[in-house]
Design a protein around this ligand. Structure first.
Ligand code: AHR
Length: 511
């Protein structure tokens, strides 16, 4: 008996895969910027100090959009500190992460890096300590062609062409009491609406993201979105969502593996709230979600550090939350990607947080090598192989019990159908720690299906679920061929190893 039966049909699709679903995040935090993407003097740094070894890996991952410069950092940031001649830029205290910010990397450097990485920039604004005027000044500096104070300043700084940033976040996690300049929903909603209105006067083509909740567990969750959207509905295109998951001993691995159930519920609740505001306000447009921070993050570990308690010295680029990711974490990231793809009709921007070193897809050492963490593999594969239309995958799976989410599917899946290339892509997870999962895929509506590609991430010989990629063994966890995938008429059959993430591509045509 199969443990799961999936049904897919080319007539049952949700929406085109949103290109911005595969974004990432670069914050001035720890070593994400300094000794992450930027390290003048590194043997592989280019003339701008950008690490080309890291850039090569970033290009392999292919994030479509990268959010910058924070995060909590942005709520105390003065963007003017990071532009102009480098030797004149001030060193400042970054209160958010108790670090020294040298400002040797700023807007122009990020623009140059993002162009080389092939990613669209997404800028976050400081609505913690600053407001409408500073947001408009920054927008004028970034997007106005010339002939005004800030656009001419950009030109004087050596960037004749505008940076042309389309996507802007109106602050960061303004619902969180930890945020510099934390506000109530009503206070923030008014400020966000006024900032948005003024920004559109400067550049009517910008796309704006209002802050939603920094987690579904926030006491203000739901009400925050309602109040903020009541204020900003006509002024913004997106409302944000942030979520981090970790394995907690008290709850067990099964609950951690079911994290995507929380993400599904989070997304569906925000959609419901946004649509209720639409109905109540008799609006016609739809607000989408920008899930602009998501990942596995061992926050309990971070909270026990002196820096998190506001103790210890101020340093430049300290090692902060450099979580080393395991096979288990990669499988969970695979399910989070499934959740985002399943909701790609309404989640149209998503940023995995963060790109390098700080809870990073990638790791790099100062003066040393760079490598991919385990979680980079599902990200890269889904980014590359999810094309065309999102399939409404019908999943009937054996279930297991969790403490937080009730019964949860053992097999989790998402998929896409690319009619142009005739490719079905399925992204599959087996949450069972001990047993393989036999999966049957009903291919109703498809004809001439053949296996084109099948790969799996799971513990290899001599490994267990805690195995990670390290400086000494950067390639320990990688994709291996998934053997034994078979298609017989309109049914595909495969077996997923215990605790695994897999991608299966079939070439097919519409029947
Ligand atoms: O990504 C790390 C931090 O998590 C960000 O700075 C903040 O926005 C969130 O709480």
């Amino acid at each position: 008996m199969p443990r799961a039966r999936l049904t897919i049909d080319p007539d049952f699709t949700l929406a085109p895969v949103p290109p911005r679903l595969f974004g990432s995040f670069v914050e001035h935090m720890g070593r994400c910027v300094y000794t992450g993407i930027f390290e003048p003097g590194h043997p592989k740094a280019d003339e701008d100090g950008l690490r080309t070894d890291v850039l090569d890996l970033v290009r392999e991952l292919g994030p479509t959009v990268v959010r910058y410069p924070g995060g909590n950092f942005v709520s105390g940031y003065e963007w003017e500190d990071g532009v102009g001649p480098r030797e004149q830029r001030p060193r400042r205290l970054d209160r958010a992460w108790r670090s020294i910010e040298t400002n040797q990397f700023g807007l122009a450097e990020f623009d140059r890096w993002a162009r080389r990485a092939g990613a669209e920039p997404m800028m976050a604004l400081n609505l913690g300590t600053r407001g409408v005027q500073e947001a408009c000044d920054l927008l004028e500096y970034a997007n106005h062609p010339g002939g005004t104070k800030f656009s001419d300043l950009r030109r004087a700084h050596g960037s004749a062409e505008p940076f042309d940033v389309r996507l802007w976040c109106l602050g960061n996690e303004m619902d969180g009491p930890w945020q510099t300049g934390h506000k109530t929903a009503a206070e923030y909603g008014r400020l966000a609406a006024e900032t948005a209105r003024a920004m559109r006067q400067v550049d009517p083509t910008v796309e704006l993201v209002a802050c939603g909740s920094s987690s579904r567990a926030m006491p203000t969750f739901g009400e925050w979105e309602r109040v903020v959207l009541e204020e900003t509905y006509d002024q913004v295109e997106h409302v944000s969502a942030h979520a981090y998951y970790e394995e907690r001993e008290s709850l067990g691995t099964g609950d951690f593996l079911a994290s995507a159930v929380d993400m599904d519920a989070f997304i569906e609740s925000v959609v419901a709230t946004a649509d209720a505001v639409r109905a109540r306000g008799r609006h016609t447009k739809t607000i989408d979600i920008s899930f602009d921070e998501w990942n596995v993050w061992y926050q309990d570990r971070w909270r026990s550090t002196p820096r998190a308690r506001g103790e210890g010295g101020w340093e430049v680029a300290p090692r902060v939350i450099e979580d080393e990711y395991t096979i288990t974490d990669a499988v969970v990231v695979g399910t989070l990607l499934n959740s985002l793809l399943r909701h790609g009709d309404r989640v149209t921007v998503a940023c995995q947080a963060q790109l390098v070193n700080v809870i990073g897809l990638l790791r790099s050492e100062p003066g040393g090598p760079a490598w991919k963490q385990t979680i980079a593999h599902p990200f890269e594969q889904v980014r590359r192989r999810a094309t065309g239309q999102i399939l409404a995958v019908r999943t009937r799976s054996d279930r297991y019990e969790t403490s937080q989410f009730g019964d949860v599917d053992v097999v989790d899946a998402s998929g896409t159908w690319d009619e142009d290339s005739g490719t079905v892509s399925l992204f599959l997870v087996n949450r069972d720690l001990a047993e393989a999962a036999d999966v049957e895929v009903g291919l109703a509506g498809f004809a001439d299906a053949r296996v084109a590609h099948a790969a799996v991430l799971a513990a290899g010989p001599g490994q267990d679920r805690h195995t990670a990629n390290t400086e000494a063994d950067p390639d320990a966890v990688r994709l291996r061929p998934l053997e034994g995938v078979a298609v017989d008429g309109r049914t595909a059959r495969l077996s997923l190893p215990p605790l695994s993430w897999a991608v299966v591509q079939l070439s097919a045509r519409r029947a």
